[in-house]
Ligand binder design. Structure first.
Ligand code: ADE
Ligand code: ZN
Length: 353
């Protein structure tokens, strides 16, 4: 174990950025539908004869300005239309995973929300086969460890979510867990109590988007009513000190996505993001990409931006990376190996340890 952390670095920005990119990391909160880079979006639209309101990557990129979560979701759901065939799901999944590998991610847990596709007649088997084949190929080629999470849409009914749960059972040995995403305000976790109970009974891990735009009370509901293993975002817990204490005591991970929070105006600025406060309060905070092209960065860019805005120390950055492995839905052995790979990396980068 290297002496590491606790020691502040005075290294230059370029050196620290290089250190962050090479640090073994996780990405536990990334939506495949939200990972389509503009180039691939246009290629898929062309391949499937789908007309989009944007004819160039520049036009697409310039549309990536959002007022709130809903204005992003409108674009995100429009983009889902380009995914039709098994090969499309394969291409999108592999493209994300290859970028993640370059970004230093060695464990990724990928969300996909099948309801956007099945409502248009794409079969669940088309979607899952494309994603799983790409996951297998990426692991074989690059050694990256990957899990699949199925996300239900919270603006739809709980009956729809339960039907989705039934539809994925044939792949239950390849699906790690279930989650809940989409428009948060007015769709509290309590709306999905039976869905999460049923998912846990089937042996799935559970995670829920809560406390992104919604109040701290939604995070409380998620842990008490849904009894989830993890919270996606969760940052509005900062408004309830007792909840912060409970999350720390229960070691419930938060998969925080700072650039997403900034772009969706959940925080006014990265400088006022509660990430560092929550980390210092002992919460198991992790850093993740959410929908990287829409928000301007993968995990490393999130860490780099937060380092600058919040003055994160190397110890903070290493702690966030370690938290990723202890929060992942993996065995203790794999978590220990991930943390061991961080320690080995620190041994090789003595300037930062
Ligand atoms: N689906 C994709 N990104 C999301 C986000 N940030 N919040 C809720 N649902 C999402
Ligand atoms: Zn998300």
């Amino acid at each position: 174990m290297p002496t590491t952390v606790g020691i502040e670095t005075t290294g230059d920005d370029a050196g620290i950025e290089h250190f962050i990119r090479g640090l073994p990391k996780t990405d536990l909160h990334i939506h495949l539908e939200g990972s389509i880079e503009p180039e691939l979006m246009l290629t898929l639209a062309d391949r499937n004869g789908i007309s989009l309101p944007w004819s160039s990557t520049a036009a697409l990129r310039s549309a990536y300005h959002f007022e709130d979560l809903q204005s992003f979701l409108d674009l995100y759901f429009a983009g889902c239309r380009v995914l039709v065939h098994e090969r499309d799901f394969y291409d999108v999944t592999l493209a994300y995973l290859e970028r993640a590998v370059v970004d230093g991610v060695i464990r990724a847990e990928l969300f996909i929300g099948p309801q956007s596709f099945t409502e248009r007649g794409v079969s669940i088997s088309t979607l899952i086969s494309g994603v799983l084949t790409a996951m297998d190929d990426a692991t074989r080629k690059h050694g990256i460890s990957i899990g699949l999470l199925i996300s239900a849409h919270r603006h739809r009914s709980e009956a729809d979510a339960l039907a989705l749960l039934d539809s994925i059972l044939p792949w239950s040995n390849r699906i790690l867990g279930v989650g809940l995403g989409g428009a948060e305000a007015g769709n509290p976790p309590s709306k999905f109590e039976r869905f999460f109970h049923a998912a846990r009974k089937k042996g799935f891990h559970t995670t829920v988007h809560a406390g992104e735009e919604g109040p701290a009370a939604y995070v409380r509901e998620a842990i008490e009513l849904l009894q989830v293993d993890r919270i996606d975002h969760g940052i509005t817990c900062r408004d309830d000190p007792a909840l912060v204490e409970d999350l720390a005591a229960m070691a419930i991970p938060l998969t925080v996505c700072p650039l997403s929070n900034l772009k969706l105006k959940v925080v006014q600025s990265l400088e006022t993001h509660p990430l560092k406060t929550l980390l210092d309060a002992g919460l198991r905070v992790t850093i993740n990409s959410d929908d990287p092209p829409y928000f301007g960065g993968y995990v490393s860019e999130n860490l780099i931006a937060c380092r600058q805005a919040l003055g994160l120390s190397v110890s903070d950055i290493v702690q966030l990376a370690r938290n990723g492995f202890s929060s992942a839905f993996i065995s203790q052995d794999e978590a220990d190996a991930g943390i061991g790979s961080i320690d080995a990396y620190l041994d090789e980068h003595v300037a930062f340890s």
